[in-house]
Design a protein around this ligand. Sequence first.
Ligand SMILES: Cc1ncc(COP(=O)(O)O)c(C=O)c1O
Length: 351
Amino acid sequence: MNDPADAGHRIELRSDNAAGAAPELLAAVAGANTGSALAYGGDEWTRRLEARASEVFERPGVRVFPVVSGTAANALSLSALCPPWGAVLCHESAHILRSECGASSMLGGGLQLRGLPGPDTKLTVDAVHAAFASTNWGDNHHAQPSVLSLTSPTDLGAIYQVDEVAELAAAARERGLRVHLDGARLANALVALGCSAAELTWRAGVDVVSLGALKNGGLSCDAIVCFDDAAAAELHYRTKRSGHVASKMRFQSAQLDAYLADGLWLRLAASANATMARLTAGLDRLGVELVVRPAVNMVFARLDGPTADALAAAGVDFYRMGPDTVRFVTSWQTTPEDIDAVLAVLERHRA
Ligand SMILES: Cc1ncc(COP(=O)(O)O)c(C=O)c1O
């Protein structure tokens, strides 16, 4: 059997960000390319998107703000929820803290991000209570906890159950904190949990969601989904002030509408989750140790250096997270054949 590289082919497992745009979303862009339309969101696609979000999230009046990246969605959401003297409590591994270059602090006028410990990259109610206990409430020498930000799936691919979100949100409310969800891969979490978008978000106490589309077939569009009127009123100005009100918003809105329509977002995510399940079943068969058992489309696994080198040379792209740890991420574009080819390479080349 030949390696993919022998046929000049490479298999993409570095990131779902490396995948292309889904044909359905490209078709939606083409469909919106009909003559002129009012700029800056005054178009029919943006109106339709908000109606669609209200239907999908089962709540009237949901506000949606399209943005160009997950970082923008997070930073703008947090800036609208947290005062400049406030602190956002998050897990110490959270993308907002580790991988966004302080964007939330910048757009939030200096708000502080406070990372808390927790097993499996997830926050616990105890950690939130401990953060409250160590806060000097009302003391103007200290940032005041104002928002709890959850990431699900987490940066290591773990997910919160619906009741975990509800318990954490209830703990946050005890001290008047508002709740943000970084849902860069929200669809993958929904598919894994088999719950509705409403159950995992506002019904569990979430006020604002960063809704990922980019990693799941979108083309330069993620969105802020807002269930909180006060935050929406702020976002109206904050999105513009930070340069996130696209003049041709119709092309973002058309994609997001198509994404949420007829369960497309869930089908794309289900495909990515399924190819990851196929990969991890194969890794189990080959006796490869998994650092964390994946709930969605991302796995961290132990591979020694020579095996990782052989896998890369054979035509598989992935990230090395340490001397003997690799990360594989599947996307809507990954096929079962890709996964079988990767497993065949591993079987042949394992050192
Ligand atoms: C959990 C999570 N949140 C937010 C982001 C930020 O998205 P972007 O890279 O589009 O800014 C990422 C990107 O990888 C992510 O994994």
